[in-house]
Design a protein around this ligand. Sequence first.
Ligand SMILES: [Zn+2]
Ligand SMILES: [Zn+2]
Length: 498
Amino acid sequence: MSDDNLNQDQDQNQENSQNENIWTEEQLRVLEAAGLPTEAEPEEDRKPTRDAVAAAFREELKHANEPGAKVMSADRELRYCLELQQKRIANRSLRFTDEMVPGAYFQEGFNNVRSWQDGQYETSWSVGFVEHTKTFDRPNMKPYKKKEPQAIYETVVDVRSGEDVSDDTYCCPNCGSVSTIRELQEGCSHCGTAFKMSELYPKVTNYFFTYDTHGKRDPIKKTIIKYGLYSLPVMIPLMVGVAWYQRHTMPETYGSFTPMILIRYVLGTILISPLIGYFMWMFSIFAAAGRQIGTGTGPALSVGRSRKKFEAKMSKIMPAYTFETFSSRITSLFKLIAFSDDRASLPFYEGGDIGSEFDNVVDCAFSGWMSCNKIKQEGKYVYVTGNLFVDVTRDLGDHIKSQREVYRIKAGRRTDVPTTSNFSIAKIQCRTCGASFNSFKTRNCPYCGSASEPASDDWVIYEVKNAGQTYMLKPLIIVLAILVLIMLGGLSTLGIIK
Ligand SMILES: [Zn+2]
Ligand SMILES: [Zn+2]
């Protein structure tokens, strides 16, 4: 990543969006690290609807934990995730509050900050800045509170073309009552009949929060110099110490330690301080993306390459399929597995018994990072293996613990079933007993127990495994190598090594 790249990115950003002033250099760097494309803005016709959905989601999310809440601005997977999470929290007798108040730099939704297009869908990111407070409480437990200035990113998926049928009416084939298509998304309200229908886009399919690094709006040069100056109280004594040590132990090689030498070293250190500043600043960016250096650097380095790799490989197998669509679907499926109390009945899970690994998870947030390690085609199937980075909050009985966790996920889907954006609706009926139930939520008929036909046009999860810290090894070696090179460069500039 050179500064030229960054400037281009920023110029394009300024042209494309009147909200360019919301992006600090640092945030642009984070976006760069995530490998985000900087395409031109798409056609505007459906934009107001998308903006409305993004704004509605932020509002609905605050109340998602209230009994009976349905987050209708979310797609059906994400909606079900939130439902299961609400149930999990209630079952553990926890009191949970999730507050978002407009942050210091808040403007009502920065929609279409970045967007991607595939054959049928338009995926965009909507960003808002909030003061986010989360609390968990229960008698006899240490209360948990986390308050942080954050940016909320929402992935909004929309069809690129196609008619809006949500206000069309439909006659329930079971009870004959007439409802709008929109009202039928969660089934017929009169008789409970469930329908298999196309998603009524636009919908929010994924969301995540990042620490808001606002207040650092300086240009890069200024930032680097600032970071360099911060390093001086440590670097000057260090460099002078090295010089003093050399001249005292080997005066015949270096000459004696004179005030002139002292001045030379102090000035030299100040001169190379922007270099040290640049290095420190790079680190702070990864840290901002992952909140801490330890958790941010690894994903930042591996995700940037993943997007390109995924799109290059997938374009040959299933044309027009973006990494954004993939990672948001996998995140939802992962969360459903984590929050489900009956994993064997999940229609999209084909993996082994996970045991109690996720039983105490009370919150699980996508971190914004997903890497893609392997793509393999076998017959009519394509299999993708990747690392999903999530911020997991667990209920440990006497206290609540929140930490970054990494899961290796193997997912697959058929390649011979085309995706279509044409609207369709059909009553879901058990093949054995004729009862209607939501086959998206459960594999087996709740009335007679027989298994329903699995969906053939969506991703199936074959494996979920805690990846520990293994993903860090490669990036760590790269960072260490860069560190060593910069140190060597700095030392040879000062003539300490020749
Ligand atoms: Zn009905
Ligand atoms: Zn049945």
